[in-house]
Design a protein around this ligand. Structure first.
Ligand code: COS
Length: 380
């Protein structure tokens, strides 16, 4: 386990989350994957235990956890159930635009209900034609009196349709590129807001991924975040702060797969002895454990940079997300190999872990985009 610098209180909190994850989350993971239904019970559990309150300052009803504690919490939950780990990661993702750019009135209105877990948050950047090229969005917001009128749609939105609070990015001025993008807080019951198709996914099955449609959607002008034109920077600054959480989700999945492979290899007997006695298996386990530990160091390191207030952490955030998600894919794949035929069957969680790991290489910016962010920083 990597060295961490948590306060005593936060150490106790992470210990408690580790236990909750083992006793309450792990037994639900296979069923959540199998039914593909949103796990309301897990959402309630995380709300009751103040886990969803972690990203929010105490003056807004949160517990003001450090970023290090947040990534460790996501890791512990994802070790057993990546869908449940994502509940915390997306609560942070959808709320960070408000935390970063919200005025006092917006924070007072929205953050306490997000911190209590009564409301969920979502982050609406991606569109059908705008994924890696986030600036290619088409959703428009036109000011009319004391409202903005939004038209367009967002795709692949985690918690879409379930989240009361949606941080939505839309164009307010078509002529000036990224400087013409603005950010809005859009509630799901605002007139003109509707939910389109719900995606059927390969992994993180219990998480709802939906299309959001805005048809003359009326958003009060007071729900603009920052000033007109601040939206693209708010979107990028948010992702810089939340990509470590996806790294942590990947790390948790990989740790879970490693735990499974180690215990299975000690029990599975072939040729008269546990397969763990074979050097071929031992070397695989050693490589898997090393990848997990390297991921952990990168994820914890960038979390601590954020906690220290370092400004130049964008590259490290991209590295942590990229490395940990690539590692999760390799480690889960190897775990299936260690389990052999059983690894391929749904009876064991290895195949679910691999399906869940795959998305971590894609969302919050593909790993190709992470490489671009890293290279741009190196070459600037
Ligand atoms: N923090 C603050 N500002 C940033 C920033 C960051 N991390 N990254 C870019 N900006 C600013 C730039 O400084 C620039 O500002 P100015 O207008 O003042 O010069 C502006 O934003 C535009 O930046 P840039 O020219 O780099 O924009 P690009 O269109 O080239 O896009 C990438 C840059 C590729 C990095 C961006 O589109 C991206 O992150 N894409 C992936 C999106 C993503 O992760 N989607 C997943 C959605 S969530 S599941």
């Amino acid at each position: 386990m990597a060295v961490s610098h948590l306060s005593e209180d936060e150490q106790a909190l992470i210990e408690a989350i580790r236990e909750i994850a083992l006793e309450r989350v792990a037994p639900r993971a296979a069923e959540i994957d199998h039914t593909g239904e949103f796990p309301w019970d897990m959402k309630e559990l995380l709300a009751q235990q103040d886990i969803l309150a972690m990203p929010f300052p105490s003056e807004y009803g949160g517990i003001g956890a450090s970023e290090l504690a947040i990534v460790m919490a996501i890791e512990e939950l994802s070790r057993h159930c990546a869908t449940t780990g994502l509940l915390l990661a997306v609560q942070q993702l959808g709320s960070t635009p408000i935390l970063l750019a919200g005025n006092e009135q917006q924070k007072r209105k929205y953050l306490p209900s997000l911190a209590s877990g009564e409301w969920m948050a979502a982050y609406g950047l991606t569109e059908a034609g705008s994924g890696s090229d986030a600036a290619a969005m088409r959703t428009m917001a036109v000011r009319r009196g004391d409202k903005y009128i939004l038209n367009g749609s967002k795709r692949f939105i985690t918690n879409g349709g379930l989240a009361q609070v949606n941080s939505i990015f839309a164009i307010t001025d078509l002529k000036i590129g990224t400087r013409g993008i603005s950010a809005f807080i859009v509630e799901k019951d605002f007139p003109g807001f509707s939910v389109g198709r719900i995606e059927d996914k390969m992994g993180i099955k219990g998480s709802q991924t939906a299309e959001l449609i805005f048809t003359d959607c009326e958003v009060p002008a007071e729900n603009l975040l920052g000033r007109e034109g601040d939206g693209f920077k708010i979107a990028m600054m948010t992702l810089d702060r939340t990509r470590p959480g996806i790294g942590a989700q990947a790390l948790g999945i990989a740790q879970g797969a490693l735990d499974l492979a180690v215990s299975y290899s000690k029990q599975r007997v072939q040729f008269g002895r546990p397969i763990a006695d074979n050097q071929g298996i031992q070397f695989m386990l050693a490589d898997m454990a090393t990848r997990v530990e390297a991921s952990r160091l990168l994820v914890y390191n960038v979390a601590e940079m954020i906690d220290r207030g370092d400004r130049d952490f964008s590259k490290y955030s991209a590295m942590a997300k990229m490395f940990a998600s690539d590692a999760a894919m390799e480690v889960t794949n190897d775990a299936i190999q260690v389990l052999g035929g059983y690894g391929y069957m749904k009876e064991y969680p290895a195949e679910r872990m691999m399906r869940d790991a795959k998305i971590t290489q894609i969302y919050e910016g593909t790993n190709q985009i992470q490489r671009l962010v890293i290279a741009r920083d190196l070459l600037k």
